[in-house]
Design a protein around this ligand. Sequence first.
Ligand SMILES: *[C@@H]1O[C@H](CO)[C@@H](O)[C@H](O)[C@H]1NC(C)=O
Length: 251
Amino acid sequence: MGRGAAAGALLVALVVLGAPPAAGAEPLIGVFQEMVQSECHFINCTERVRFVKRFIYNREQYVHFDSDVGHFVGDTPYGEEVARYWNSDPEWMEHRRGAVDRHCRHNYELSTPFLMERRVPPTVSISLVPPSSSQPGPGRLLCSVMDFYPAAIQVRWFQGQQELSEHVVATDVVPNGDWTYQLRVLLETPPRRGLSYSCPVEHVSLEQPLSRHWEMPPDAARSKMLTGIGGFVLGLVFLALGLGFYVRKKV
Ligand SMILES: *[C@@H]1O[C@H](CO)[C@@H](O)[C@H](O)[C@H]1NC(C)=O
């Protein structure tokens, strides 16, 4: 693996949904959530690794351990109490400090084949977003880049051979929750007739950029008019032929 950071998180969550009240007790109403989140940050493969463990109650982190710091730090007054209590146990703290090797480095080696080397190529499509009241006109071109892994990706817009670097807006790379990501890149300037547009995608899973092309389909009104003219001309031809036969027969 090259440089760059990769992070893995192991999530252990305990959710108590509207806990049933004990007989005679006041009913507990609401959602109570205790979450413990372990993170391994691989800053340079296994050369530089950071282990962070967060304790979160109802979305609020109250205490955490950071291997760069080496002990628990409270994030709330209650968390400070918890941190003092945990930090005072040397044996358990030794165990915590070992997690960066035991948990992170070990799992990195273990998961390399299916995690670090995981490659899923994107599917790419271009669609025309219909005009809206805020953006009238012929609509806008949207490049949808779906279901790829890992997250790092480059998507550009071209008009013919010329890259369009302005008026291009991209969403964040959105995780789908199934170890794939998606991204959409909108061209804010309306497409012009007769020009070709493309959005080449570069990704580690692809040997060469994957590109889709788009051109404005023929104008419906114009093609109807052309069909009409064609029909009229054809009609004239038959009329002329018919008249020709008629005149010959008479002669
Ligand atoms: C990453 O670690 C390697 C040793 O494995 C070292 O040679 C290299 O300089 C490190 N890279 C960075 C960016 O720190």
